[in-house]
Design a protein around this ligand. Sequence first.
Ligand code: AMP
Length: 187
Amino acid sequence: MTRLIFLGPPGAGKGTQAKVLSQSSHIPHISTGDILRSAVVQQTELGKQAQAYMEQGELVPDELMRSMVKERLTQSDTAQGWILDGFPRNVAQAAFLEDFLAQVEQSCDVVINVEVPNEVLVERLLNRGRQDDTRSVVEHRLEVYAEQTAPLIDFYRDRQKLASINGNQSMETVTEELNQLLGAAVG
Ligand code: AMP
């Protein structure tokens, strides 16, 4: 049983690592960014409400995120565990997740904090060429991360859940270090 959270700034490679791990461990990868992007493409009610926030690099309101995550984490495939990528994104979301998991008698095993220096992130994000990755939006997303998401590092350190990993290495090296870390943390 593995329940883990990937934490880290946009461009840190969380999504890539989460996908690799999901495939090797057969545990569902839950990316709130992916779910939102697909809701925008399909123009569902959630997509329509989220779109403007995403285009500006702002966080989508917690209320929308809460119902989305609750719905996803009650689907049957999550009985094997889950890999959360992009959630929680602020302290209120982390507190919600903690409460929700307590209600369903679960808790996360480990929070993986993927560390990458800011100047590397800007380069990576601009090269990625996603629609919400123009320079001003990229810079804003990094500010939002620093202000709202980075406090989760202390939040999870206080709960003895935090494990940090150097994301400024080749993808393969990060995967290797991650596997070592998880072998030690949850194996
Ligand atoms: P990501 O792919 O994780 O970088 O997410 C892309 C965009 O989706 C973010 O810039 C936010 O606008 C939105 N988003 C994703 N996850 C969350 C979340 N947990 N809370 C609020 N907004 C989110």
